[in-house]
Design a protein around this ligand. Sequence first.
Ligand code: GDP
Length: 473
Amino acid sequence: ELANRMAERVADVVKALMKMGMMVTQNQSIDADTAEVIVEEFGHRIVRVSDSDVEDVIDTVDDKPDDLKPRPAVITVMGHVDHGKTSLLDAIRNTKVTSGEAGGITQHIGAYQVTTDGGQVLTFLDTPGHAAFTSMRARGAQVTDIVILVVAADDSVMPQTVEAINHAKAAGVPMIVAINKCDKPDANPDKVRTELLQYEVIVEGLSGDVQDVEVSAISGQGLDSLLESVALQAEILELKANPDRPAQGAVIEAQLDVGRGPVATVLVQKGTLRQGDIFVVGEQWGKVRAMENDRGERVKEAGPSVPVEVLGLNGTPEAGDVLNVVETEAQAREIAEYREQAAKDKRAAAGAGTSLEQLLAQAKANENVKELPILMKADVQGSAEAIVQAMEKIGNEEVRVRVLHSGVGAITETDVGLAEASGAPIIGFNVRANAPARNSANQKGVEIRYYSVIYDLVDDVKKAASGLLEAEV
Ligand code: GDP
């Protein structure tokens, strides 16, 4: 690659490297400093790729108002566990998606489109829950236009309902409340409406501006009204995108398929993605070999708000990674490699880990570290509050413990993501991490510590904090 860029012979470059004492083959990667020496030796000018170069290649089109065409709304369903998110998504899909010829079995690609009775197309993300929503947002992909907040009428507002409301508000995405399970004898929709007031979600019936619909995912009651409400909200938003430009999209999900290689479900956001397009997506790149729509049909192109499964990647990207079509394979590869290296450098600089010991080591190396960030999950609200208070009392003007997030319930992947991003360990008080969270923590080097006695916990954190203090002097 380097020889190619310099228009020199590969053998000459390898020879030059060997002269420097590096026994390399032509496909081996060399570090940037060595590459610089070689480039100088051959008498060429050195141009290091930077972040802005990467951006320049990618964002070349300024959409003019005239270029913008209406596009379908993208909807995410959120709400408390067991309130019926999955059932609702299935019910909408089953009633509205015209089943394909192959026995009517729709293929699962992480998103699907429906057409309302009014003829409006809507795109539903098939990954309910706010973990997906936040992890996508954290990676810079804001894909959701409308949130359907599912609240079970027999259970009313629960902790994850509140979390979902906060996520939607933080993202500035309008909400529609689906009061689910209205077929149940003990359903009490009015209780839901009243309780939502507490969280500043005021439904239309209570003279607010949030639409609410009574539904049942089981009986199918209210589903059409729900879709009409969504369509109305979408009209108000006047969603538009330019279909005539190189595509940009977001990865909804991706996996390594044994037969087909890396496969990603991409939601196109701008432009039109076509078979044969060369693209970069996160730290991966590729060329669209084939695309399938949400019904498992081969398609040659996909415009704004259309979800497609893309084949032809060189590796598996992550949910939330942004896909950009670029002109040449060399550009795509260069950007992907640049990002991979940048991510590696960042991890190395961050000390690759969040354990208390590593934080201390870091503190010794860096006199500016005066905060001990931690994430805390507890079994009940009472203990959570008590622990946060105790934590905040630890330390003095020089060092303090900062509780980034505290919550009730098992330690989840979302917690691990937040801990990794903030370089904080996670403390579990009478709660454990679930299996996905444990795997993710292992992978990312996030430390999880379990406690069941507040005294032990406070003692350990005190020790860590005083370790920080010692590092100061
Ligand atoms: P999720 O965790 O929010 O995705 O909830 P699920 O869709 O898995 O639903 C949880 C449980 O509630 C399942 O046993 C569903 O069958 C049931 N359920 C979901 N919607 C309804 C509904 O409208 N009426 C009744 N009676 N049960 C429902």
